[in-house]
Design a binder for this molecule. Structure first.
Ligand code: ADP
Ligand code: MG
Length: 482
């Protein structure tokens, strides 16, 4: 057995979710991403003496939404506190956060790894504000500070140390991203920094009761980096222990360039943040009526949607998995089923054509050029047997995208693609084919029933794809067995 197999990995996460509010947590400055640096900074964001923060009600509503979705207890009263430290991207010299009593307590997020459900417990969720952003450009002797982000509202979701592998961390982060998108509290975009996580990693021998000493890897902003950072850190800790050493509690930085974690600071000489109650903000009071109201207006949760797609619409695991992955796509499917009840065909059309088209053209699915009413007619055209499915997909759909106002049936007629169920037309073709292959007809009649496929193919060829398969099949069998 490899020494690494003797150990179990233990991970707890602190996930920062940047909220999609219009304005900042404690003032009216805009939160829009990508603006010219230092243009969304009023004297309140800068914390000038004499300025006063005020609560953004949306931050509280978003916290309650996420808390309810994660089965947390919502605190009827919670408090803001000041966390004091000095850094260039923190103009006030303190961050407003919740230390004593956060807004959401307990709860869990269900994740699925290898088809098995696991409930990852949440310790709590607290509200806080983001700091500014510092940029260090190697080519310049200066560091740059953009304070647009200073004061943008965040939720910090802190898990219990329930995760046991990088795969579980991946599943948790994907689940969180999807959930915040469904709840419309955050766009979930890790690349733009809307979601970031700190990973607390420790190892212990399998079967050990006590957790090992942990290290915290700060600010991982992509799952790819997180996986590499965890793998590196687990190996580093096991190597240390196996060599007779011990793991020291540390805060680490992960460098994606080298793939290595290195200490930011020791907890021993960690800052004393001198938390104290934020004197300029009142306690946050959330009434039962308010919570009930948020609950009543809560979006369908992703895992509920997944179940619905499978049970109510009979979709396969594969199809359901793709459709529920994106809330807009799931909603598009639900709307589609109102105008066409061939659910499997609706799902296929979305998965194979509409989704890829929208991705290629960077459109949201709602902006697909052809209306659902018209797409429904397209599916009916195939289901009625008027046009062969392959023909419809290859030839009609592209024209529909070019000319969204045209009816699929009219396009099929123009392109001469309507299949014939006209018995005279079919009968002539069938007779010709039978007359041309007397040996095969004999073989068929002696029991080589598999030849039916051959005859079908011949009739199709002669009809140039316009023979409707079901009627042709019936007619052929009738003639051959006569
Ligand atoms: P602190 O207050 O020092 O930040 P917490 O106890 O609040 O520490 O834990 C912070 C995070 O660290 C949580 O996500 C928790 O799950 C995780 N954590 C705690 N102990 C361990 C451990 N031994 N191994 C891995 N993660 C841990
Ligand atoms: Mg912490």
């Amino acid at each position: 057995m490899e020494v690494y197999d003797k150990y179990e990995t233990v991970i707890g996460l602190e996930v920062h979710v940047q909220l999609d509010t219009v304005s900042k947590a404690f003032c009216g400055d805009s939160t829009t991403f990508g603006a010219e640096p230092n243009t969304h900074v009023s004297s309140i964001s800068l914390g000038h003496p004499g300025t006063l923060p005020k609560l953004n009600e949306r931050q509280i509503e978003f916290a309650v939404r996420l808390g309810l979705a994660l089965n947390c207890e919502i605190s009827p009263v919670s408090y803001f506190d000041r966390k004091n430290y000095f850094y260039a991207d923190l103009p006030k010299g303190y961050q407003i956060t919740q230390d004593r009593l956060p807004i959401c307590i307990g709860g869990y997020l269900p994740i699925w790894v290898d088809g098995k459900e696991k409930k990852v417990r949440i310790h709590h969720i607290h509200m806080e504000e983001d700091a500014g952003k510092s940029m260090h450009d190697d080519a310049s002797p200066y560091s740059f500070i953009d304070l647009n982000r200073a004061g943008v509202p965040l939720l910090e979701v802190v898990t219990e140390p329930d995760l046991r592998s990088a795969e579980e961390v991946d599943a948790f982060m994907s689940g969180m991203r999807q959930l915040v998108q469904y709840l419309e509290v955050c766009d979930g975009n890790m690349e733009q920094g809307s979601m970031r996580c700190d990973c607390n990693v420790s190892v212990r021998l399998h079967g050990a009761e006590k957790y090992g000493e942990r290290c915290e890897i700060k600010n991982l902003n992509s799952m790819r980096y997180a996986k590499r950072a965890i793998a590196y850190e687990v190996k580093r800790q096991i190597d240390l222990l196996e060599a007779g050493g011990s793991v020291e509690q540390q805060t680490l930085n992960f460098d994606p360039g080298t793939g290595i974690t290195s200490p930011l600071r020791d907890k021993e000489d960690a800052h004393d943040y001198r938390y104290f109650p934020e004197p300029d903000l009142p306690p946050v009071v959330v009434s039962e009526e308010y919570v009930a109201d948020v609950q009543a207006n809560l979006a369908t949760l992703p895992w509920v949607m997944l179940e619905r797609l499978k049970t109510e619409f009979g979709l396969s695991d594969y199809d359901a998995d793709i459709l529920y992955g994106n809330k807009e796509v799931a909603q598009y499917f639900l709307d589609f089923t109102k105008v066409n009840q061939n659910y499997k065909a609706c799902a296929n059309l979305i998965i194979n054509k509409i989704n890829p088209y929208c991705q290629e053209h960077q459109l949201s699915i709602a902006a697909f050029p052809v209306a659902q009413k018209v797409l429904a007619q397209f599916i009916e055209l195939i289901d009625s047997g008027k046009v062969a499915s392959a023909m419809a997909y290859q030839r009609i759909l592209p024209v529909m995208i070019e000319h969204p106002e045209k009816a699929p049936l009219a396009i099929a007629e123009e392109l001469n693609l309507i299949q014939s169920t006209d018995t005279n037309f079919l009968e002539d073709l069938v007779n010709e084919v039978i007359a041309a292959h007397p040996d095969k007809v004999k073989a068929y009649q002696k029991g080589k029933k598999g030849l039916l496929g051959f005859f079908m193919g011949e009739v199709m060829k002669k009809s140039k794809g316009k023979a409707e398969p079901k009627s042709t099949n019936q007619l052929l069998r009738h003639k051959l067995e006569a």
